[in-house]
Structures are given as C-alpha cells and as structure tokens.
Design a protein around this ligand. Structure first.
Ligand SMILES: [Zn+2]
Ligand SMILES: [Zn+2]
Length: 147
C-alpha cells in the first residue's frame, strides 16, 4: 500500500520539477511509513545512520519542498518542534500527553464552526484545527505495569 503511495509521491515531485536525490527519497519514504507525525529531528535521527553526511537542515529543506507541493502538512506548535503529516486528507488529531504521539482520526469536518466564527468575528476563515489530548493505549499499558 505505501509502495503505491511512495510511487505517487515520487511522481508528483518529478512532475513539479523536483530532483529526487537518495536522501530526498529516504525522507519521503520515512514520512509515508511513519504513523506518529514525526518532527524533522525524528526523521534526521532515523536516517543519519544511512546518510552520515545528511544534516537536520537537509531534512528541513526536503520537508519544505514537500510542503510547498502539498505532499505534507506542517503542524506548528509555536516552537521549533513542528510535526509533519503526510496524510493531507481532512482529518483530526489526538495527541498523547505522555509520549507525544499524534494519531489521526476521522470525523466530519466541523464546517459550521468556521461559518459561526466568521459570522461572530468578521474574519475571513482559512482553516481550523482541532486536537484531542489524552493518554495513548501504549502509555496506559506501561503505567499499569509500573503500578
Ligand atoms: Zn503515549
Ligand atoms: Zn494526521
């Protein structure tokens, strides 16, 4: 399944005139297989063994290229720890307080919140973001074992 997604993504890069370097390919492959919404640092750490010459800056550059052609979405958190999401369909996130893992879930888009916000504030609404917080199943299990 992710092989097809990877090929599609590679085709999209090529069609956008982006050169596919081995590093770029590896970053893309990692992103498509990662379910946790990694940070640039996570990606760097996962790939540095394979590409000793690669820097975090290279990873960032690649992510920027992917973002510009719409292959990934960047979730910013006010500091440098942006998370990257290659699921660009509409979905919401639930985030683990313990390990920071972000999991996708689907729920009908809350469009009425956008129109209400627009009406109440007079803003032109661009997008919205909803996040749910809690403890993931893995962390819950770990805390049970500890006690
Ligand atoms: Zn967790
Ligand atoms: Zn997501």
């Amino acid at each position: 399944m992710s092989e097809i997604k990877l090929q599609e993504a590679v085709d999209r890069l090529k069609n956008s005139g982006v050169r596919i370097t081995p590093q770029r390919h590896a970053v893309l492959e990692y992103l498509l297989n990662a379910k946790i919404h990694p940070t640039a640092d996570d990606i760097y750490k996962a790939l540095e063994g394979k590409f000793p010459n690669m820097s975090v800056a290279t990873v960032y550059n690649n992510l920027r290229v992917f973002r510009e052609i719409g292959l990934v979405r960047e979730l910013t958190y006010g500091d440098s720890s942006s998370r990257f999401d290659c699921n660009t369909s509409d979905h919401y996130h639930i985030i683990c307080d313990e390990c920071g893992k972000i999991v996708d879930f689907h729920y009908p888009s809350l469009d009425e919140v956008e129109s209400l916000a627009e009406k109440v504030t007079g803003f032109d609404v661009r997008d919205h973001r909803m996040e749910i917080y809690g403890t993931c199943a893995d962390c819950k299990e770990k805390s049970l074992v500890k006690h």
